[in-house]
Design a binder for this molecule. Sequence first.
Ligand code: ATP
Ligand code: MG
Length: 371
Amino acid sequence: MIPEKIFDQSIKRYFDCIVPYLEDDSVSEIMINGHDDIWIEVSGKLKKTDAVFENPDDLLGGVKNIAQFVGKTLNELNPRMEARLPDGSRVHVVLPPCARNGVSVAIRRFGEFDLSLQKLIEYGSIHPIGAKFIDLCVQMERNIIVAGGTGSGKTSLLNCVSAKIHDDERIVVIEDSSELQLQQPHTLMLETRGPDAKGRGEVTIGNLFHSAMRLRPDRIVIGEIRGGEALTLLQAMTSGHGGTMSTCHATYPDDTLRRLETMSMMSNVEMPLQALRSQVASAIQIIIQTSRFNDGSRKITHICEVMDLDQNGEYQIRPLFKFRNRGNDPTTGEIIGEHIGCGNMPSFTDHAREQGYTVDERWFQPPPDAR
Ligand SMILES: Nc1ncnc2c1ncn2[C@@H]1O[C@H](COP(=O)(O)OP(=O)(O)OP(=O)(O)O)[C@@H](O)[C@H]1O
Ligand SMILES: [Mg+2]
């Protein structure tokens, strides 16, 4: 039986064939590519299942019921939907003809999966010193971008990082579809809204950001930066809203800065490239890069500081920690490697020490064989 909290009674019957996966905590994602092609992700690896819906209409009926359940529109004019179910799972649906395989659905189960920096240490995703440093960056109100590819663990990591914000701060969270689970008592959650069938009533990340700034935030946490709102965000970060954090889809630290630059150009504001670059460089202070490896694991591959532009107007990134990948273990297939310091101290070391925080030079030292 599908747990009540995931699906409403009225839509249960449509999803019988995937119930075992919805109930299995080892399944992190269920992918439906038309009614008779269903895949799951277990321990980071994809597997095809034997499950099939009896006919395409059952599946279509099911996703339309989900839409109704969460109050979203899903029809020929609005053939795409992103929704969050009460248990925290994220559902994305695309209908034919945009989806050539038939109704296409991805359900990301978050359910019972409550990650913390401590758990990430246990999974080998981050080194304890890296976790301690991230905590320091949060306390020092650095502006942080968590970056990575699709499914690399950005949202999970942002959840863990934002958990380090103190309980006495007022946090405003802005998301497209609510995924973050901040536990602090003084948290305001804002969610975007798509236009209705007549194209009215859209509320964008940029709109909500505008509101957030006027809601007296101590911190603003944005689920993901995807478009022109990047510029507003950068401007807020440089105008005294320290400690802002978000995620961005990019695979390497300098790629992350270029993505933010490109997204800022999508806004309607014209700005010379050089001015934009210096805005990016002064707004973003820390990049935490995460990656999904071929053994299904997720690891933090870089923690870097963004410095001022160099004399030629190029970005300068100071690596602080990185993951040294030694390839796959020939028997288990697991990635072998370790997180190491890069030999650089953070620029705010003195400032942090003046405020009473411990910043130990040894944290940042590379091992002898990497010097
Ligand atoms: N450190 C980790 N170790 C193992 N599994 C993880 C880790 N971090 C995240 N996951 C799992 O990986 C999947 C993807 O995580 P998440 O949604 O955070 O990624 P994302 O980069 O935000 O994805 P998207 O690009 O789709 O927004 C989830 O099922 C999550 O439970
Ligand atoms: Mg995400």
